[in-house]
Write a protein that binds this ligand. Structure first.
Ligand SMILES: Nc1nc2c(ncn2[C@@H]2O[C@H](COP(=O)(O)OP(=O)(O)OP(=O)(O)O)[C@@H](O)[C@H]2O)c(=O)[nH]1
Ligand SMILES: [Mg+2]
Length: 262
């Protein structure tokens, strides 16, 4: 029998991220640029005390905690802050691999409302990789103080994902995050984010690569093939290493060294 999405996701959680799942409960990832309040959101949701402070790069490991909403328990993972998912640093690779291979049920991207343009870069990269994404627009108090006005409705319409304004330090908006996570994981709300459109040359190359990837990977993993094709066009070698590590390694017929011995 092929490796199911669920079993490979759980293996990754257990082996690589040292996260034990006793029972099947939804997994929520917290991603975002450094210093946007991810750990503050994490602490507010779980009641834990992940280290927070006013400098970037505080969260270097993957802290995990739990929260319950309407009798449903969720596991939440606080990822290190990253500006992108292009895997050019350890933090970026951890965040990318977690979203790509552990396949959280929903990813909450925490963004700094006072620096929206820079933060949206990561939001678009996450929505390119996975559909169940919520944008948590944090530091709304700071935005207000700086007289920055954000048209939340317009932002929602453009990104086609739920956008929730928060002041995590004061716990404002966190109930709305819980409710949205609950609705998405239960299937009450379906998220279908807008997709980035590339130049015709790139889209054409993607169209040629995707069928080849489908033939080779389609039956063993539900990794997003358009996203994978884009990484290959970019010449990103780390994604193939990660595929070997998380997906192929657990499939004996893909064990290249075993094949050579035959
Ligand atoms: N004014 C204001 N400050 C906030 C808010 N949320 C968090 N902070 C503060 O912002 C700083 C950074 O918060 P963290 O939760 O540590 O940020 P982080 O995203 O986990 O940071 P890294 O782990 O380094 O990526 C802390 O001093 C928080 O108290 C908010 O909504 N408003
Ligand atoms: Mg943190």
């Amino acid at each position: 029998m092929g490796l199911t999405a669920e079993s490979s996701g759980l293996n990754v959680l257990k082996e690589e991220f040292n996260i034990e799942l006793d029972k099947k409960i939804p997994v929520i990832a917290l991603a975002g640029n450094p210093n946007t309040g991810k750990s503050t959101v994490f602490n507010g949701l779980t009641g834990l005390r992940q280290h927070t402070g006013n400098w970037p790069g505080k969260t270097v490991t993957r802290a995990r905690g739990f929260f319950t909403h309407k009798d449903q328990e969720f596991m939440i993972v606080d990822l290190p802050g990253t500006y992108s998912l292009l895997a050019s640093s350890t933090e970026e690779r951890i965040a990318r691999d977690f979203i790509c291979f552990a396949r959280p049920d929903t990813t909450v991207v925490v963004a700094d409302a006072t620096n929206l343009e820079r933060n949206l870069n990561l939001v678009l990269q996450v929505t390119e990789l996975t559909s169940n994404v919520i944008l948590c627009l944090n530091l709304m108090d700071e935005a207000r103080r700086k007289n920055i006005k954000i048209d939340i409705k317009e932002l929602k319409n453009n990104l086609k994902i739920p956008v929730i304004p928060t002041v995590a330090r004061d716990g404002i908006g966190l109930e709305n995050i819980k409710e949205m996570v609950y609705k998405i994981t239960n299937g009450d709300i379906k998220v279908n984010p807008g997709k980035v459109k590339y130049s015709p040359e790139i889209e054409e190359a993607v169209d040629r690569i995707v069928p080849v990837l489908k033939k080779n990977f389609g039956h063993i993993s539900d990794i997003n093939l358009k996203w994978l094709a884009l990484r290959l066009i970019e010449g990103d070698k780390t994604i193939m290493e990660s595929i070997e590590k998380y997906v192929l390694r657990s499939k004996p017929e893909f064990n290249l060294s075993a094949k050579r011995e035959v």
